[in-house]
Design a binder for this molecule. Structure first.
Ligand code: ADP
Ligand code: MG
Length: 583
């Protein structure tokens, strides 16, 4: 055993840098956060070669007074907290006093800074943790810091850097996240002299989001606002059609600090449940303003992980608020470019479309029979008469079908296309959900024999009560053999065995253990899908109208239970644009 030494400061800083400064993007994050803490309204970030060659951050914040400049580069030197009790009430992004010394330990740093009280500023140069130069210098109020040759003295770290494009991508990602949280600050990012991102800094959140994700995505955002005594949530939820294949596009902030939180992401996705396709993830930007005492941001050196004091309450609140916001907002996917000015009214040519082919009603009477019996309002409407106005959908009136699959309807603002299968699925799904008492068992004349695998048997035995609840009567015949003696009444004329096996497959294939309500829901989704009118079926205008009407009665008419859209819209303005009547 060797003797114990206390590490010298440079070595200690290099070690700390290993935690704080993972890659060029972490340098940018720390320095931009410093600029924000200093109250800047304009922050400019210029990088060269993905930040590996140089990173320059210029701000117009408070600056550092001459006596504090050298101190700022010492370990645990911070102006933001004075003792441990302040940790409970952190209102700034920084507080550990580690970033500047860590960055300076693994690069060549030049900083120029001036406060408004001083006539001249100060310039300091530190290479690999060693002060090279410190002098008076003329500079504007604020701080500019140049970081060159990152990791020049830590070859192992340098080797870990990915391609310059990848590193540049990480930088633009983090700048975008910070910019969306602080729309009152103007951000500008260039790489090798080329502009990558610029936000106006006018306090308009949607404009900041547009700068990052583009105008089209920004237009598909629904605003979320919520407040209780502990929590204030403000955010933007993308309509389900904008979903992404991973969670990277979920920007979550606690008191404007960008964080990652499995808990919050899960809660948000719970709120989107059945609206987003399975395997897709919503795009959201949400800030949670809460008492700093209820959240611990000092869990990890990069301050990206947080711990909450009341996790389950938080989860419930978030998923509920997200859901309510989505259901309240118009989540109809808009394929049009919204008009800047009010679109002119369009005159429609009224055409009667006569469909002579057999309709679904004649073709598959069982689909409509059961429904008609109890809830079809008497439809007397003929084409053109009373328009179909339903509670949760804009006015629309069917004019025909395309490919016997999509209903075309006209409305006050242009044209709608409705996927008849998806729409009917939504109608049936909500009906099944609402009328679970009516899912009664119907005895089969001949029991159906099922041969299962050991795994399926196990799953079935464990969950047999849920299946019974849903209207199946099952009998264990011995070994892996079961008999189906009854099926849910709502299952109209299906191949019972196949339906049951499909259901069992989906359920037992799930990696996580499903709760009773998840199994029930999964089953109702499958039942709705099986029972819904299919694509390639002709419908009469009355049937189309009826379907639209019933879709409008659902709580969530814009997506099917799997999350696919039921309706798309093309506005009159967009039609006029396409025909070049307007420019
Ligand atoms: P922390 O942000 O955790 O306090 P840093 O090492 O990032 O630690 O910064 C140390 C100190 O230097 C800060 O507390 C702040 O007083 C000062 N500082 C750093 N960057 C800036 C800046 N851009 N403008 C004004 N002050 C700054
Ligand atoms: Mg800092």
């Amino acid at each position: 055993m060797r003797n114990i030494f206390v590490l010298d400061e440079i070595t200690a800083n290099k070690i700390a840098a290993g935690e704080v400064v993972e890659r060029p993007a972490s340098v940018v994050k720390e320095l931009v956060e410093n600029a924000l803490d200093a109250g800047s309204t304009q922050i400019r970030i210029d990088i060269a070669e993905g930040g590996a060659k140089s990173i320059k951050i210029t701000d117009n914040g408070a600056g550092i007074s001459p006596g504090d400049v050298q101190l700022a580069f010492q370990r645990h030197a911070t102006s933001k907290i004075t003792d441990a009790s302040d940790l409970d009430t952190i209102g700034t992004l920084g507080f550990r006093g580690e970033a500047l010394p860590s960055i300076a330990a693994v690069s060549r740093v030049t900083m120029a800074t001036r406060t408004s009280d001083e006539i001249a500023g100060r310039k300091i140069e530190i290479h690999g943790g060693k002060e090279i130069n410190f002098q008076e210098a003329g500079c504007p109020v604020g701080t500019s810091i140049l970081v060159e040759d990152l990791f020049f003295n830590t070859p192992a770290r340098k080797k870990h850097m990915k391609s310059l494009n990848v590193e540049a991508g990480h930088i633009s990602d983090i700048v975008g996240r910070l910019a969306m949280a602080c729309s009152e600050v103007s951000f500008q990012l260039t790489n090798n002299g080329r502009q990558v991102l610029q936000t106006p800094g006018n306090g308009n959140n949607i404009e900041a989001i547009a700068a990052v994700y583009g105008l089209e995505t920004a237009r598909q955002m629904i605003e979320l606002n919520y407040q209780d005594e502990f929590l204030k949530i403000k955010g933007y939820l993308a309509k389900p059609v904008v979903s992404r294949s991973n969670r990277n596009h979920q920007s979550l902030y606690i008191n404007k600090r960008f964080i990652r939180s499995r808990l919050i992401s899960d809660a948000v996705e719970e709120g989107y449940h059945t609206l987003c396709n399975i395997g897709r993830h919503p795009l959201v930007i949400i800030n949670f303003a809460m008492n700093p005492q209820l959240v611990d941001v000092n869990v990890h050196p990069t301050k990206m992980e947080v711990r909450f004091s009341n996790e389950s309450e938080l989860y419930t609140t978030i998923s509920k608020v997200v859901r309510e916001t989505l259901l309240g907002g118009e989540i109809i996917p808009d394929i049009s470019i919204p008009a800047k000015k009010k679109p002119p009214k369009t005159e429609y040519v009224q055409e009667k479309i006569v469909i002579s082919a057999p309709t679904v009603r004649e073709h598959k009477p069982e689909i409509y029979q059961e429904v008609e019996k109890r809830e079809m309002p008497q439809v007397s409407a003929a084409v053109g008469e009373e328009p179909t106005v339903t509670e949760n959908l804009p006015y629309m009136e069917p004019i025909g079908q395309i490919d016997a699959t999509y209903i075309v309807a006209k409305g006050e603002s242009g044209m709608y296309m409705i996927d008849q299968h998806a729409a009917h699925e939504r109608v049936l799904y909500e009906k099944f959900m609402n009328r679970q008492e009516e899912i009664m068992a119907q005895e089969l004349l001949m029991p159906v024999t099922l041969e299962l695998t050991g795994l399926e048997t196990q799953f079935l035995v464990n969950n047999i009560l849920i299946f019974t609840d849903l209207g199946f009567k099952l009998e264990h015949f011995g070994g892996n053999t079961f008999l189906i003696r009854a099926v849910p009444q709502l299952l109209p004329g299906q191949d019972e065995k196949r339906f049951f096996m499909d259901l069992l497959d989906t359920l037992s294939g799930e990696k996580k253990t499903l709760t009773t309500s998840e199994i029930r829901e999964n089953m109702l989704t499958t039942m709705a899908c099986k029972a819904a009118i299919k694509a390639n079926h002709r419908l009469s205008l009355v049937e189309m109208e009826e379907l639209i009407h019933r879709l409008g009665e659902t709580k969530n008419p814009y997506t099917c239970p799997h999350g696919r859209p039921t309706i798309i819209h093309m506005s009159s303005y967009e039609l006029e644009k396409k025909f070049k009547r307007v420019m």
